[in-house]
Design a protein around this ligand. Structure first.
Ligand SMILES: Cc1ncc(C[n+]2csc(CCOP(=O)(O)OP(=O)(O)O)c2C)c(N)n1
Length: 583
């Protein structure tokens, strides 16, 4: 059937058609929708893991058992899973094993833009790169067979533009894949040095087979449109090249590790001028030059997302007709939502002048003004170890050191950091922002939410019990919507010696969707002191005479602003009432 699917939907469809039996991953933009779509299909055990390493290990275990398996993650997730990945080329696979990794050129939603193609030569693992949704489906199907033929895991690498844009695909039926009986194969799977040396040598044989596959890979295509100029490219960049430079001949690489040396040589010999156009690192260009082939340099940027216009500009061709963004629109910087419970914690931390080692989640927005209460954000889970390191290095005078971490991030990679703090006698406070969801990536469940990816009930792991089990005795639980008790708890925790944990517990307002009657500012009473403005609530702004005004459509009635107004100028109103104009 012909359907319109996003790249991520197409990957889910391709995996299902290939007979994938187990799929496990961790959310991360732009990869998240692969599992969210696959779980809707029958016959696949589809799960969120607490982090990417566990997700990959689950898939590896399923592959060991002989089933086709897949793991999904964003590019930085593969750093977390890399310990498993780097040995997988040695062990090889049982059932076909596909690792979907989605890169984010331009960092729409990431802390860096590393180029995952480099895992190919680094881990000695096949890398495939689809260039549209149709290829995403077909290549995913093929990836499982390839993995089994080569006895190797296969990385399917996408980028934001491919993952999230839609294209026409022809969907098919699910293959009937019989899982064979499990047979012990210790020399292949138990990677002690003696066995690993054997598998390392065998890997060279398998890599040679992979190189041969690359030469004939059906998704690697040469399109001759003239002998003057040729472009080697891959992934979605191929589509941009076709749009920006429709006259040039192209070699589109479907397999970017191993590269097809002969196909590249042949193509290079057939054109007068050779260019490589690729997003992010000069990965293909360097490899082509290493073959002794001259590649002309370009001004195509090595960072950020490419587009037909960027390529057209670099090649001096007339700009493409694109709709320019409208000008004069009001700036809309990212902010915590109205009523977000994280706000109560950051307001306290700002007023305490704490040094805050931060982490990744919605709460990273606590770094922005007017809250401005975060000093670092490096990678998931880093907050706790960094707070410990900061304190161990002598801290910052009288300023308390506080780590902030969300519930999903705590499950992902915060547990070991906390264990480290306890073990090494830390003196830091950790605030766990427990909104019972992985909000940042679109509300996925996690081990603390009591639900699985398929929506079934799961044991709701008790964060307090986990924290105590890790050896923390000073644990406080607060509702961050109650501003003074929250500040009091954090102040007391930071004043107490040793490692202390404050669990700030209140559900994400976008999950509960609860709206109380909104509040409004009584203009006659407001002194324009700005205290409520400094909460950074999108519903509150300065109106006439600098007095505060509340947008009642945005206000969800959380009462945070009422608690900071010393003049009683914020009053509950009905949605249709008016308290006068702020003149
Ligand atoms: C290694 C890695 N995996 C995944 C992500 C994507 N990601 C960013 S924040 C986040 C989790 C946020 O959830 P939580 O900690 O509960 O905070 P919330 O957004 O709910 O406030 C995820 C999955 C990432 N940045 N890095």
């Amino acid at each position: 059937m012909l359907t319109l699917l996003s790249g991520n939907e197409a990957i889910a469809q391709g995996a299902w058609e290939a007979g994938v039996a187990v799929a496990s991953g961790y959310p991360g933009t732009p990869s998240t929708e692969v599992l969210e779509n696959l779980v809707k299909k029958p016959g696949v055990a589809c799960q969120w893991a607490p982090n990417e390493k566990v997700g990959l290990e689950v898939a590896v275990g399923a592959s060991l058992a002989g089933a086709r398996a897949m793991s999904t993650m964003k590019h930085v997730g593969l750093n977390v899973a890399a310990d498993a990945l780097m040995t997988l080329a040695y062990t090889g696979v049982g059932g076909g094993l596909v690792v979907v990794v989605a890169d984010d050129p331009g960092m729409h939603s990431s802390q860096n833009e590393q180029d995952s193609r480099r895992w190919g030569p680094f881990g000695k693992i096949v890398v495939l790169e689809p260039s549209d949704s149709a290829e995403a489906l077909a290549m995913t199907r093929e990836a499982f067979s390839l993995s089994e033929r080569l006895d190797m895991p296969v990385i399917l690498r996408t980028t934001t533009r491919l993952s999230h844009s839609k294209g026409l695909v022809e969907t098919g039926e699910r293959s009937d894949i019989e899982r064979g009986a499990y047979r012990t194969a210790r020399a292949k799977w138990v990677m002690m040095p003696g066995a690993a040396r054997g598998r390392r040598a065998d890997l060279e044989r398998r890599l040679a087979a992979a190189r041969a596959e690359s030469e004939t890979f059906p998704f690697t295509t040469t399109e001759m449109r003239g002998a003057e100029m040729g472009v080697i490219t891959s992934g979605v960049t191929y589509q941009h090249v076709r749009e920006a430079l429709p006259e040039v001949s192209t070699l589109k690489l479907g397999m970017t590790f191993p590269l097809p040396a002969e196909r590249i040589r042949e193509f290079a010999a057939s054109v007068g001028r050779l260019f490589v156009i690729e997003e992010l690192d000069p990965y293909i260009a360097d490899a082509v030059r290493a073959l002794g082939i001259a590649v002309e340099t370009t001004t195509v940027p090595v960072m950020g997302e490419l587009s037909p216009s960027v390529i057209a500009e670099a090649f001096g061709v007339p700009p493409l007709p694109v709709r320019e963004p409208m000008t004069g629109l009001p700036a809309r910087p990212p902010m915590l939502c109205p009523g977000c419970p994280h706000r109560g914690v950051f307001r306290a931390l700002r007023d305490m002048d704490a040094v805050v080692t931060g982490d990744i989640g919605c709460y990273t927005l606590g770094a922005l003004p007017p809250l401005g209460a975060m000093d670092s954000c490096v990678c998931m889970g880093a907050s706790i170890g960094m707070a410990h390191g900061f304190g161990t290095a002598g801290g910052a005078g009288e300023r308390p050191v506080v780590a902030v971490i969300g519930d999903s991030t705590f499950a992902h990679s915060g547990l070991t950091g906390l264990l480290n703090s306890v073990y090494n006698g830390g003196d830091e406070t950790i605030v766990i922002l427990d909104n019972r969801i992985t909000a940042m990536t679109g509300h996925q469940d996690n081990p603390f939410t009591g639900r699985t990816l398929s929506g079934t009930a799961a044991p709701e792991v008790d964060i307090e019990a986990v924290v105590r089990a890790l050896g923390v005795t000073d644990v406080r639980i607060v509702d961050p919507n109650l501003l003074r008790p929250t500040e009091k708890a954090i102040r007391e925790a930071t004043a107490a010696p040793g490692v202390s944990v404050v669990i700030a517990q209140a559900p994400c307002v976008l999950v509960t969707r609860e709206r109380n009657e909104p509040f409004a500012v009584v203009p006659e009473t407001c002194t324009a002191c700005g205290t409520c403005i400094r909460l950074g609530c999108p519903a509150i702004s300065r109106g006439a005479n600098s007095r505060a005004t509340i947008d009642t459509d945005l206000c969800i009635g959380c009462r945070q602003c009422v608690q900071v107004c010393s003049y009683g100028a914020i009053k509950r109103i009905g949605r249709t009432c008016d308290v006068g104009s702020a003149s």
